[in-house]
Ligand binder design. Structure first.
Ligand SMILES: NC(=O)c1ccc[n+]([C@@H]2O[C@H](COP(=O)([O-])OP(=O)(O)OC[C@H]3O[C@@H](n4cnc5c(N)ncnc54)[C@H](O)[C@@H]3O)[C@@H](O)[C@H]2O)c1
Length: 672
């Protein structure tokens, strides 16, 4: 059977054989056993509704075994026989190129080279699911292959509710993931309702079919590290500058690579030897050392000689902060990327306990393990505090480090600025969005714009790189001073991008651009498609952007008017993109910071060279960025206030409510 035939078949008419699973494939961890017996019965009933009654006896036993063994029903038996990977657009069966583009993007998210746990349909982040089970994959692909441009496919957390009549200008697919009644949005609610098969954690680009592998994260991390380094050395000479952090996992593993691209010396601690050596094999970290004295000696030598070596320390990050303090080593920049959004189930390993011991204790003695995590966080923060009083610049990397350290009773709260609206928590350190991404990128409209060449040809990607570089160069010549650094960083990135060899799976590229940049680059792509120079292109973005995400400890942590705890912006983005021409739109609960902590949304748009695509890209991209700028402007963020003024000058139909600023002395006088 060809892959096209298998897609068109949907749920097969004969019960398929159980597949042999490849033992080398990285599997999702066993999920918490959360359902009681009546709830397990409900989960089985829910799963079996995808299949004819004749199969229920066989499948009920099999699915119960999956539920008991893995904590979820993945329906492994229904995994397709075809290889899942992004093919060229033309190869997909169907009646709609837009639907074909979505199939391509779904398959890319589940490609074994791309996805973290492909058998469990998880793309990244440990729980970022494209679908909950293989029946959903099969049905969705079948619907996409059948649908026309006058229908819309409705996706409820991986479940295809069905095709509904709509219009050519409507999105082909509308996705929601993890949308809960707010009171049911605690972490255990995800465990329970996901085990029941009625919701899923879509992360950001997993459940919205927009993941492009490690490239996105390397680019974002490079921008962050580069700008953090500029805080220490505005002249741009980073020779010998030392960056200390932790985590060589999915996203965190990009840190040493980014520090290398930015020209710093870096130390990244990692407790899991597999993770550390994987990054070394990949060439993302230069040297792995497991003794703190050797690490100190080699770091000193690298700094003196101006070598921008990236070191992995095989051990606990707390040992690095403490050891470097005892040895009198001055750290210039510090952060942390342990997975503290998931602190008690493998995201953070407490100091003084070996890796295996910790893994055992988290299952056998969860309360004792929690205590150990909190004690470690108190020590961790105390060591960081000693360094920062010596001049280290420390920032929270959006991994909930300050949130959890604060809950642990660590000394991380600010006293001097308490009550002055310093982000969500009143911490003594900023988050990377408060200091770097927010004011330097998001408030100007710069965010992670990405594209995928659907021909699958590397030559097309080269051509789009050249087009994007040409547009950025033109913009750099004309731009106001305030956005020149962002434009030149991204011009440099896109010129060097091919050399960094970060393409895995689809032929994709990312760069940061503002609304004008995104529209100009997209228009130039559409023109090249029209002339037949390249094949169709899918546009999208990470949700970690100017407008896509409401997340008080991350994307919107540099909003200080209290509205960082609201989620109107993300919802408006999703709805507004949908009626301005997006090919698909998505809205999620969850994302990097945790279930219940963030609402985020995104889009995908197929450029096919048509004049309709020209109109849609202008209308949608302008809105997609400026919605966030308008909101950041209303929150009184100075760069957003100037950016929205420029946008209103460029587009007379835009008219945004602007804030009046109050003299602080006037208010202070009322409270004296
Ligand atoms: N990279 C980014 O741009 C970015 C942006 C926002 C948030 N984050 C956050 O960063 C965190 C990390 O993401 P990830 O995908 O890399 O997660 P991950 O779980 O794959 O990796 C974290 C790594 O930290 C290691 N670790 C845990 N405790 C440790 C300790 N005490 N000392 C040394 N190593 C330890 C783990 O072994 C693991 O390999 C997440 O919370 C994520 O949401 C990253």
């Amino acid at each position: 059977m060809t892959f096209q035939e298998e897609i068109l078949q949907g749920i097969p008419s004969q019960l398929p054989e159980n597949p042999t699973l490849d033992a080398s494939v990285n599997r999702a961890p066993k999920r918490k056993e959360i359902l009681n017996a009546p709830e397990k019965k409900l989960a089985l009933q829910n799963a079996l509704r995808y299949f004819p009654e004749a199969w229920h006896k066989t499948l009920a036993t099999e699915f119960l075994q999956e539920l008991n063994q893995f904590g979820r029903i993945y329906m492994y038996r229904f995994m397709p026989k075809h290889e899942i990977k992004a093919r060229s657009l033309k190869e997909y069966p169907g009646k709609s190129d837009q639907a074909r583009a979505i199939m391509l993007m779904i398959q890319n998210n589940l490609d074994h080279r791309v996805a973290q746990h492909p058998y469990e349909l998880i793309t990244y982040g440990g729980n970022g699911a494209v679908f909950q089970n293989w029946a959903q994959y099969r049905l969705t692909m079948q619907y996409l292959a059948e649908m026309t441009d006058e229908q819309t496919l409705v996706m409820y957390s991986g479940h295809p509710m069905g095709l509904f009549p709509s219009s050519q200008n409507a999105p082909r697919v509308v996705v929601t993931n993890g949308m809960m009644i707010p009171n049911y949005s605690k972490p255990d609610d995800w465990e329970k309702f996901n085990a029941l098969g009625v919701t899923q954690y879509g992360q950001m680009t997993a459940g919205s079919y927009m993941y492009i592998g490690p490239q996105g994260i390397v680019h974002g991390t490079t921008i962050t590290v580069l700008n953090a380094a500029r805080m220490k050395r505005p002249d741009g000479n980073f020779s010998g500058l030392l960056f200390v952090t932790s985590g060589l996992g999915g996203m965190s593993g990009a840190q040493p690579k980014a520090a290398k691209i930015a020209g710093l010396v870096s130390v990244t601690a990692e407790v899991n030897p597999k993770a550390a050596y994987k990054r070394q094999e990949q060439g993302w970290v230069d040297v792995v050392i497991d003794r703190i004295d050797q690490l100190i000696a080699q770091v000193e030598t690298a700094r003196k000689n101006g070598q921008n070596t990236s070191f992995a320390y095989l051990g606990n990050i707390v040992e690095v902060w403490e050891g470097f303090h005892e040895a009198g080593i001055k750290i210039d920049i510090g952060s942390d990327q342990t997975s503290l959004h998931n602190p008690f189930a493998g995201g953070y390993y407490p100091v003084g306990m070996d890796y295996e011991e910790a893994n055992n204790l988290m299952a056998s003695g969860p309360e004792q393990f929690k205590e150990a995590v909190y004690a470690s966080l108190r020590r961790h923060a105390a060591a960081i505090n000693k360094h920062t009083s010596n001049g280290t610049y420390f920032f929270d990397y959006g991994n909930a480090f300050l949130l959890e350290a604060g809950r642990a009773g660590a000394d991380v709260f600010s006293t001097s600025t308490a009550g002055e609206g310093v982000g969500g928590g009143g911490y003594k350190y900023p988050s990377y969005v408060q200091d770097i991404m927010g004011p330097l990128c998001f408030d100007y409209g710069f965010g992670p714009f990405r594209w995928v060449c659907t021909s699958g040809k590397p030559e097309d990607l080269d051509k789009t790189d050249a087009i994007a570089a040409k547009v950025l160069q033109q913009m750099l010549n004309e731009a106001p001073e305030e956005i020149k650094p962002q434009l030149s960083d991204n011009l440099h990135w896109v010129k060097e991008a091919k050399k960094n060899k970060l393409v895995v799976g689809s032929q994709a590229r990312i760069l940061y651009a503002d609304a004008e940049g995104r529209m100009r680059i997209a228009s130039a792509f559409n023109e090249a498609i029209r002339k037949g120079e390249i094949g169709p292109v899918v546009l999208g973005r990470d949700h970690h952007d100017v407008s896509g995400t409401d997340s008080p400890y991350r994307e919107t942590s540099n909003i200080y008017d209290g509205s960082q705890f609201t989620a109107d912006m993300a919802v408006h983005n999703f709805v507004g993109d949908a009626f301005r021409g997006a090919t698909w739109v998505s809205l999620h609960n969850g994302g990097g910071v945790g279930w219940g902590e963030v609402i985020n949304g995104g889009f995908g748009m197929l450029l096919d060279g048509s004049s309709e695509a020209d109109d849609k890209l202008k209308s949608m991209l302008f809105w997609d960025v400026n919605n966030g700028i308008a909101r950041r402007n209303w929150a009184r963020n100075p760069h957003a206030m100037s950016t929205i003024e420029r946008a209103m000058k460029a587009e007379p139909k835009l008219k945004v409510t602007q804030p009046n600023l109050v003299d602080k002395e006037l208010l202070n006088g009322l409270f004296e």
